[in-house]
Design a binder for this molecule. Structure first.
Ligand SMILES: NC(=O)c1ccc[n+]([C@@H]2O[C@H](COP(=O)([O-])OP(=O)(O)OC[C@H]3O[C@@H](n4cnc5c(N)ncnc54)[C@H](O)[C@@H]3O)[C@@H](O)[C@H]2O)c1
Length: 331
């Protein structure tokens, strides 16, 4: 587990902070969380319960003895003596910077600080830090305890050593750290998702498809392909025996056709928001969010296990992680 033998602090225990807590305690770490929401403890407990079920279902080997979560009353209490501080507060730069100011007063000078931000630039996040070299973005995906991807993005002042430190650490948690070498807003995955999201909003607004029809267009088709081969490898096969070059020659010119409205953003006025919300209620309102979380987790576990059996993609990351855990037990 590298040099992260002390506890890990999580500042902000919402959807993402709770998910980080779950992945960490499933790996035996002690976690201290600070969140001012009086309901945070209950919400985190729900995430931890889901994560515990998912980890048991996913794992084919004995799991590490789970760590523990301690709820702190202040940033000070959480960050003091922590060797890693994971910031998962709302996506507003002034809130994040205020949190860092306090972390810097209390945390050890060598403590790494990672931000879960979905798109803010690390250079902007670290601008006011006394030790900016130790801040980087570690952008995870929900549910953090099941999805292995974490995008690592350094700012202008982040030290390469700290990127390497973070890579090693997140790998030891069974994750796939993807180093985004050039700093760019929204990194890699969310730039992609934003494009898909914009196009989906247009399809609803223009009355072409409902939320359910859009989801079906994804999950019955290309969504299944993407989970195991992504975009380019999938298209390589779609080019037939002639491969990628043929695929691009055939479909590249379509990009000139008016197939998408990608750069225009539909106005999210009350009418569109209501349209999406009511279609989503009709599509999924029969289930509570907790039921949907469990269904999602069970499906993800099944997919990951199938990929693990094939030693492929996210399943290979899982298989490597489990081989490492067995090695630890043997040693
Ligand atoms: N939700 C996602 O799918 C997702 C995915 C990846 C990254 N992120 C990023 O993770 C971060 C957190 O997002 P989220 O979805 O968990 O939001 P959230 O609203 O679920 O949680 C944010 C939490 O921060 C707490 N908080 C507010 N001010 C605080 C403060 N000063 N100190 C400590 N805690 C404070 C809130 O009480 C809340 O519980 C954001 O930067 C977001 O962009 C979100």
């Amino acid at each position: 587990m590298g040099d992260f033998s002390s506890h890990i602090a999580i500042i902000g225990g919402g959807v993402i902070g709770g998910g980080w807590a779950a992945r960490l305690i499933e790996n035996g770490f002690k976690v201290r969380i600070f969140d001012p929401d009086p309901d945070a403890e209950r919400k985190i407990a729900n995430v931890l319960e889901n994560a515990s079920v998912a980890s048991k279902n996913l794992s084919d080997i004995p799991r590490p003895i789970p760590g523990e979560v301690v709820y702190s009353k202040s940033i000070n209490e959480a960050a003091k003596n922590a060797l890693l501080i994971i910031e998962s507060v709302p996506e507003r730069i002034e809130i994040k910077r205020a949190v860092y100011r306090e972390i810097e007063i209390h945390a050890p000078a060598n403590a790494l600080i990672t931000s879960s931000t979905s798109g803010l630039l690390p250079s902007d996040l670290q601008a006011e830090l006394l030790h900016p070299e130790r801040l980087l973005v570690a952008h995870p995906f929900n549910p953090v305890y099941l999805l292995p991807l974490v995008e690592l993005v350094g700012g202008k002042k982040t030290s390469p050593d700290n990127i390497e430190r973070a890579k090693g650490f997140f790998k030891s948690l069974g994750m796939r750290p993807l180093h985004v070498r050039k700093e760019i807003e929204a990194f890699i995955a969310d730039r992609f998702l934003e494009a898909v999201w914009r196009e989906a909003l247009w399809l609803v607004k223009d009355g072409i498809a409902t939320t359910e029809e859009i989801d079906d267009a994804i999950r019955f088709g290309f969504g299944l392909r993407w989970a195991q081969m992504g975009l380019f490898e999938t298209y390589r096969i779609a080019g037939g025996e002639a491969g990628m070059k043929h695929f691009i020659e055939q479909f590249g010119p379509c990009l000139e056709l008016p197939w998408t409205k990608l750069m225009d953003v539909p106005k999210l006025d009350d009418e569109l928001v209501e349209q999406i919300a009511s279609q989503s209620d009709a599509q999924s309102g029969a289930y509570s969010i907790r039921e949907l979380e469990r269904i999602r987790d069970n499906n993800l576990v099944g997919i990951l296990k199938a990929l693990k059996a094939n030693d492929w993609g996210a399943g290979k990351t899982l298989a490597d992680y489990e081989r490492g855990l067995i090695q630890d037990i043997v040693e």
